[in-house]
Design a protein around this ligand. Structure first.
Ligand SMILES: [Fe+2]
Length: 301
């Protein structure tokens, strides 16, 4: 396994496809000074500062992290990392995690505009009560396996999800599936309906006022199958498309090869969005439940 000063790098204990990167305390200490030069407003208003914080992280490890991160994210056999500070301390507050997530995402490429928040990132809470219009914040329902960016007209090559804060949470585990581990990939990706265009739209909260068309399955430049799918947003036009989506949804949820893991607070999952699906198990009911997540989606350069 690759060695980079300031990091412990190992395979995740539940999957050899996921690389676990722990940031050592000494490196975290060195990050605090360059991070303090920018507040969140400047990161939001001045896009170049986001690359500056990314470079300050990469400089601390002789620019090895960016190369390593990209090599994993683009590697079909892995394509996923979980990055977390070795130890959580009071200094590592929500602003620190916005900056760290910003730095990591800008080493992976360039974030897409997140229309839900109107920024390059989005922060949102999952709590006991919810009146929103998508599964994103529904605590007591499984969020089924899906990819991101199915309803926008730009490419979503990767996504980053950081757990900023969590209290009174039981359940709500992260669910991940690499499509090469999926028992039904061959069968469903060869179905002609899986390769025809579907219409995709999104509910009001996503602030996208157009629809897009694309198939569920495509081939990338290496001939590998990729998937772009979420249960809520395709608009099937006939019974064949409807039945295909039902089979697809059932086949994903029935897979025995899903990786179900508890993501520690302060951790970021970064995954290739073309061949990894992600989801979340339902939480156990608790009136004081609160989880705060940050997401960034983007493109490779
Ligand atoms: Fe998602």
């Amino acid at each position: 396994m690759e060695k980079i000063n300031g990091f412990n790098i190992a395979l995740h204990d539940k999957s050899k496809r996921i690389i676990e990167i722990k940031i050592k305390n000494e490196l975290i200490e060195k990050l605090i000074f360059p991070f303090n030069k920018f507040d969140i407003t400047s990161l939001e208003y001045k896009p170049f500062t986001r690359f500056t914080v990314a470079k300050s992280l990469d400089d601390l490890c002789n620019n090895k992290l960016s190369k390593f991160l990209l090599s994993i994210l683009k590697d079909r056999t892995t394509g996923c990392v979980i990055i977390s500070p070795e130890k959580l301390t009071p200094k590592l507050d929500h602003n620190f995690f916005v900056k760290l997530s910003t730095a990591i995402s800008h080493l992976a490429g360039k974030p897409n505009h997140d229309s839900m928040s109107g920024k390059y990132y989005a922060r949102f809470h999952i709590e006991h009560e919810d009146t929103s219009d998508s599964y994103l914040r529904k605590a007591y329902t499984n969020m089924d396996l899906h990819t991101d960016g199915t309803y926008v007209n730009e490419s979503t090559d990767w996504l980053l999800m950081t757990k900023i804060k969590e209290v009174n949470a039981k359940g709500g585990e992260t669910v991940l599936l690499h499509i090469d581990d999926w028992e039904y990939l061959e069968e469903l990706s060869k179905d002609p309906i899986g390769r025809e265009n579907f219409i995709w739209s999104s509910p009001k909260s996503k602030n996208i006022d157009y629809k897009v068309e694309h198939p569920v399955f495509k081939k990338d430049e290496h001939g590998n199958t990729t998937i772009s799918y979420i249960d809520q947003f395709p608009e099937p036009q006939n019974i064949e498309q409807g039945i295909f989506l039902q089979r697809l949804s059932d086949a994903l949820e029935e897979s025995d090869n899903k990786i179900i893991t508890e993501l520690p607070t302060g951790s970021s999952v970064v995954a290739n969005n073309h061949f990894w699906l992600h989801g979340r198990k339902a939480f156990k009911e608790n009136k004081n439940l609160s989880r705060e997540l940050l997401r960034i989606r983007g493109k490779f350069n």
